[in-house]
Design a protein. Structure first.
Length: 132
């Protein structure tokens, strides 16, 4: 158990948390529960809100570049341009039109041989095939 008032880098121990962890206050004022093991090992040294504040400029640039690359990678092969796509643009458009007047379950009953319920549901909520 960690002692109340002890400081671990930017975290000050306030006491035991309800979830079995330790309640700590970050230098920025945020209060949250952390694992004792993570605090002692140095894995948790500040709150999530302060995460980027304590990183070097090089780390921030590297993270921003990684996010940008991931975004580009995920958006260049949409729809039929994605080699793993099984759904055609024509069918996706037809499903979207059906979803305007029917529930996802009703559409699934009509197209169950061609498309999974999960895919129809994701189209309905806008997770996939937004570009058509």
């Amino acid at each position: 158990m960690l002692e109340v008032g002890e400081k671990y880098r930017h975290l000050t121990v306030l006491g035991d948390a309800d979830n079995g962890g330790t309640l700590c206050r970050c230098d920025c004022g945020a209060v949250r529960s952390y694992s004792d093991k993570h605090i002692k090992s140095g894995r948790s040294t500040y709150c999530k809100a302060c995460r980027y504040k304590h990183q070097s400029e090089e780390d921030c640039i590297r993270i921003a570049q990684k996010i940008s690359d991931t975004h580009k990678k995920n958006h260049k092969n949409r729809g039929e341009g994605n080699p793993s796509a099984k759904l055609t643009t024509e069918l996706a458009v037809r499903l979207k039109k059906q979803l305007e007047t029917m529930t996802a379950k009703e559409v699934y009953r009509r197209y169950r041989r061609d498309v999974s319920y999960e895919t129809i549901y994701k189209i309905a909520i806008g997770d996939t095939w937004r570009h058509v």
